[in-house]
Write a protein that binds this ligand. Structure first.
Ligand code: LMR
Length: 351
């Protein structure tokens, strides 16, 4: 068997498994058996559950609630956009059709420009740097305040990881993307600027549509984390995934303020405490899950391109001016806070 036919065989098997939901763990919902008298918390996700940082965190939280808050609360987790996609979920929270959601920060564009900070390229060196930024500054309080008027409370942030770019062409240099159409999560100002600077058309599209859009050629490129690229099989339709690490995917975990405030105080406190515990525990695993997903892409003979320093410098030079745009047009203080927190962070303990 030639390398090419072997590659074709292996990748098409994965594609078929992906389509049937077998390759990436079960895709069904984790609906709990709720008892009479328990307040049901429906948690709507667009990603899969197993092997995904957000899915695993949601499952762990549901386990904790359902074993420790019997008789009070009952959490049901609905993955893979079974209930809502990320654009509809904001309205569904406000109409109390779901009670918890964790859309990526980029999707808050219509509610909070501050949260589009994470779309600014090359602001953070790693997801662990972002964790330190969120721990060491008042940024989470600012983010939470910025969505309060729209009726939401942010309980905290769940981490996924850093974005990698891929396309039907190998993107060694920023100009290699010119003329292509890329799927984007939202047309936030930093994302729109990034697309312009790469000479790319950005097409905003819900997560559940991306694989088919890549397969049918409706879009030719995308960016996402290793866990999303692997779990959804995006790499199967791309020439290569380029290790750009240019941005950060994280999730503000939100509820409708009216719903949370309506819970008895002791129940609310237990819910918030359990969230803090799970967040602390699960955020530490996000990095591992993404590294594992990266390996799985390689094992399936997906092509990953690691850029050398000169090549990476070209990407940085092209996209770094977006930091100044954010400073001038959105929030100078926040971006300066992010830049200094990133510089001060020492997550790997190197002195
Ligand atoms: C995306 O739309 O690409 C991501 O926000 C999906 C997710 O929730 O990780």
């Amino acid at each position: 068997m030639t390398l090419l036919s072997k590659l074709g065989a292996s990748r098409s098997v994965t594609a078929a498994l992906l389509a049937s939901g077998i390759a990436t763990g079960f895709a069904g919902s984790a609906a709990a058996q709720c008892d009479d008298g328990e307040t049901v918390l429906k948690f709507s996700l667009v990603t899969k559950l197993r092997g995904h940082p957000k899915g695993e965190a949601a499952l762990a939280w549901a386990d904790m609630i359902n074993s420790e808050m019997q008789g009070e609360l009952c959490m049901e987790v609905y993955p893979s956009s079974e209930l809502y996609d990320d654009n509809d979920v904001f309205g569904a929270l406000l109409s109390n059709d779901v009670q918890i959601a964790a859309p990526s920060a980029s999707k808050f564009k219509d509610y909070s420009e501050l949260l589009t900070l994470f779309d600014v390229p090359f602001l953070f060196d790693s997801a662990l740097h972002v964790d330190e930024f969120l721990r060491a500054t008042d940024a989470p309080a600012r983010f939470s305040a910025s969505i309060e008027d729209d009726g939401f409370v942010m309980l905290g942030f769940w981490t996924n990881g850093m974005y990698q770019m891929s396309a039907t062409r190998v993107l060694r240099a920023p100009d290699d993307a010119q003329g292509l159409t890329f799927r984007v999560q939202s047309a936030s100002a930093p994302v729109a600027s990034m697309m312009d600077r790469l000479g790319v058309e950005g097409k905003s599209m819900s997560f559940s549509k991306v694989y088919d859009a890549l397969k049918d050629g409706e879009v030719q490129g995308q960016y996402n984390t290793w866990s999303n690229i692997s779990a959804e099989g995006f790499y199967l339709e791309q020439a290569a995934v380029v290790e750009t690490n240019h941005g950060y995917l994280g999730y503000p975990v939100i509820m409708a303020k009216s719903f949370l405030d309506g819970l008895p105080l002791a129940t609310r406190q237990k819910l918030i405490n359990s969230f803090a515990l799970i967040t602390h525990e699960r955020n530490r695993f996000a990095y591992e899950i993404n590294q594992q997903s990266r390996l799985e892409i390689l094992e399936d003979e997906g092509i990953i391109l690691r850029l050398n320093e000169e090549e990476l410098a070209l990407w940085r030079d092209r996209l770094l001016p977006i930091q100044d745009e954010f400073r001038a047009n959105i929030d100078a203080e926040l971006i300066d806070l992010a830049i200094s927190a990133n510089a001060a962070a020492d997550p790997f303990g190197a002195q």
